[in-house]
Design a binder for this molecule. Structure first.
Ligand code: PMP
Length: 356
């Protein structure tokens, strides 16, 4: 039976990317060796890394005042690495508290300097995105999570401010066109829209670096990674290569305009279905709904288990909500076909008819 992969991450990747990655493990670029067996300083790998970095810059339409790095770890590493590089002990950073991940980020930042929570949606269980809040002009940076993977909210308007914006884009990276020049630093774990777990993308405007007094361990220092062309030590070669394949796929499919169009179409279909069936209740404010992760509950909680069972029977994978939140979460990343969303919506109708 065909599986429909709604996993929240690691999650669905384009079939061609999986095939090319499998091929590279068997033999990479006619070298007679696996990608996993060649040195990271060989021309082959260095070319792959350079192409991946260039594609990021091209897709985001950024000039060379920005640097693109592929660094070890997950987004959680960046929760620490960002303040370690940008925030001195006596300085203050502004953080938006809009969900589980942003909250973890601000807690890590408080180990390095002062954190000013300038906006929080905690009062309504993080079911909306704050608007019209003040950002103190002297904040070192403003941190937002552009897509809240667990709660299902997304920033559809990036704040206008002179304070440098740092964004965790782990769950909506490369999903839509945006003015990426509005950001001073973007980070994302790769395992949703960009590839395999184990690597972080970090895009950083160079002029925000070098402004703190704290000594930074080399492996944590963005400036040292830039000086070493993102090759300070052995990078996670496989994850970098899968990111390259995914970036090539995004470009070949039509870039971020096309990704944005597809993601809007998929999420519109899902939310229209949700709104039309009273047995389901959306939990998120309409204007802040995520195009990546749709979160909702069964209006009658007793319907949840049979609905999940039906999803399982029909090959729908990963639709159970986050472990501490419950309910339903349907993740619709770039590689998910409209067809899968259509089949899921048909199943929602079928289930609604069966219980009414
Ligand atoms: N930020 C966001 C928005 C996420 O969705 C996740 C993981 N789902 C993380 C951070 C943590 O990422 P990692 O597990 O790669 O550290």
């Amino acid at each position: 039976m065909k599986k429909h992969n709604f996993n929240s991450g690691p999650s669905i990747l384009p079939q061609t990317v999986l095939e090319q990655a499998a091929q590279a493990i068997m033999e990479f670029n006619n070298t007679g060796l696996s990608l996993l067996e060649i040195g990271h300083r060989t021309t082959y790998f260095m070319e792959a890394l350079a192409e991946a970095r260039a594609l990021v810059r091209e897709l985001m339409d950024l000039d060379d005042s920005y640097e693109v790095l592929f660094l070890h770890g997950g987004a959680t590493t960046q929760f620490m690495q960002v303040p370690m590089n940008l925030l001195d002990t006596n300085e203050t950073a502004a953080y938006c508290d809009n969900g589980i991940w942003g909250n973890k980020a601000l807690k890590e930042a408080s180990l390095f300097g002062n954190v000013n929570v300038v906006a929080s949606s905690k009062d309504k269980n993080h079911t909306y995105i704050n608007k019209g809040f003040d950002i103190p002009a002297d904040a070192k940076y403003l941190h937002i999570t552009t897509n809240n993977t667990v709660e299902g909210t997304q920033w559809h308007h990036i704040p206008d401010t002179n304070v440098p914006i740092v964004a965790d884009m782990s769950s909506d990276i490369f999903s839509r066109p945006l003015d990426y020049k509005k950001f001073a630093l973007i980070y994302a774990g790769a395992q949703k829209n960009m590839g395999a777990a184990g690597v972080n993308l970090v895009v950083v405007k160079k002029d925000i670096l070098g402004k703190i007094t704290r000594p930074i361990p080399s492996i944590m220092d963005y400036a040292k990674h830039i000086a070493a062309d993102s090759l300070m030590n052995t990078p996670p070669v496989f994850a970098v290569y899968v990111a390259l394949l995914t970036l090539r796929w995004i470009k070949a499919e039509g870039g971020l305009e096309e990704m944005g169009k597809r993601n809007l179409e998929k999420s519109n279909l899902l939310y229209q279905t949700l709104d039309s069936l009273p047995i389901f209740t959306p939990t998120v404010a309409k204007e802040d709904r995520s195009q990546m992760n749709a979160v909702f509950v069964l209006t009658n909680p007793a319907h949840e288990a049979p609905f999940l069972e039906l999803c399982k029977e029909r090959g729908m994978v990963g639709v159970k909500g986050y472990r501490t939140v419950g309910g339903i979460r349907v993740s619709m990343y770039n590689a998910l076909a409209l067809e899968s969303v259509q089949i899921f919506c048909d199943l929602m109708h079928e289930f609604a008819a069966s219980v009414s």
